[in-house]
Design a protein around this ligand. Structure first.
Ligand SMILES: [Zn+2]
Length: 175
């Protein structure tokens, strides 16, 4: 993993070290320099209530394995039935072996998911906490106005609120 040292734009004091790149850094983009005490916005840090957590990769992968499991299960079943219909002893053994292997792969995937679930629940819980904190920060109009100068999503939400929109556009809360 790569790390980056960032500096306060006023006094060049290093203030944050984090992994750059494709990975989005979530949190509060308002930085208060510990040396000079000035405030500034770090637009590399995104408010989760504006951007949402990027769980798309995980969702897509889950959908793909669901599809694969249905396919494997279906093929296993068809082979099993077809082999039984032949009424040939060797064909039936062959069918059971192939179908058994398919069902074995499916059960492995289900087992892996059960183990991951606990971990996954913890991640979502932490994301919900961060989302709620972010949402609370954005209710402060001074904060939102400041952020709107440097962040187009904050600007959009601000415009909606100022035009009297009761349900401004925030990202979905992770669940
Ligand atoms: Zn500073």
């Amino acid at each position: 993993m790569k790390y980056t040292t960032k500096m306060c734009p006023y006094c060049r004091h290093p203030y944050v070290i984090h992994a750059p790149g494709d990975q989005i850094k979530y949190g509060c983009p308002l930085i208060i320099c510990s040396r000079c005490g000035k405030n500034f916005w770090d637009t590399d840090i995104k408010e989760p209530a504006l951007y949402g957590f990027d769980n798309e990769f995980e969702k897509r992968k889950r959908l793909e394995t669901n599809l694969a499991m249905v396919m494997y299960g279906g093929i296993g079943l068809v082979i099993l039935i077809a082999s039984i219909i032949t009424e040939y002893y060797f064909m039936i053994i062959f069918g059971i072996l192939i179908a058994g292997f398919d069902f074995f792969l499916i059960s492995k995937e289900l087992e892996r998911r059960a183990q991951n679930k606990k971990n996954h629940d913890l991640i979502i819980k932490e994301q919900q906490k961060q989302y709620d904190e972010s949402f609370k920060r954005l209710q402060n109009m001074n904060y939102l106005r400041g952020l709107a100068d440097v962040d187009f999503r904050a600007e959009f939400v601000l415009k909606e609120i100022e035009s009297g929109e009761k349900d401004p556009f925030f990202a979905d809360r992770p669940e």
